[in-house]
Ligand binder design. Sequence first.
Ligand SMILES: Cc1ncc(CO)c(N)n1
Length: 219
Amino acid sequence: MTEPSFTARLRAACAEDWDAAITHRFVRELSAGSVPPAVMRHYLVQDYLFIDRFVALLGAAIATADSYAARLRLAGFLAMIVSDENTYFTRALDALAVPPEQRAAAPEPAVRAFQDLMAEAAATRSYAGALSVLVVAEWLYLNWAERHQGPLPPDFVHAEWITLHDNPFFRDFVAWLRGELDRAATGLDAAGLSACESLFRRAVALERAFFDSLYDAAR
Ligand SMILES: Cc1ncc(CO)c(N)n1
């Protein structure tokens, strides 16, 4: 039997938070097309603040990657985020009639903590450190999106958030990204491995906490 990969072991160590996130009420309502508009508005405003730092973290991964091939792949993914995904946000915020002043909201605690974690991962100035958070953000979103079954919800605000995270390009990218972290991990000593594990574990907990926060107050 082959050994489970580094990323498989990291996910298994966070199974409770991971499973709670990918089966969360928010993703179940998204699949059913029944997220209350106030919750969807809040999610999108807050997630757009997440994406800002996420793009910066991708930049850090591009800067620290150990090959031009990896930089090209990461840059191709970055190009999708700043085009298709960015226009999804603006179209969805328009469709939900979110006024400009609400789009400039302050990050709520879970999002703020996630922004700080992404800054910490970038500040490791190591490819493995940046990947430890990127892998969580992309793989966990793929995992909930691929659980969707049956026809997509009619509203593009729901449907496109699912298809952006479950399509052949995204699936291939996540598999490649995991492979990069598995490969980068082989060059790390015990301290480096435990730093990656800590970033990964905290990212999974924050994915769950962000979903939970959407239902904290009646929105
Ligand atoms: C919080 C969060 N995690 C992951 C993704 C996927 O990129 C996202 N858009 N938001």
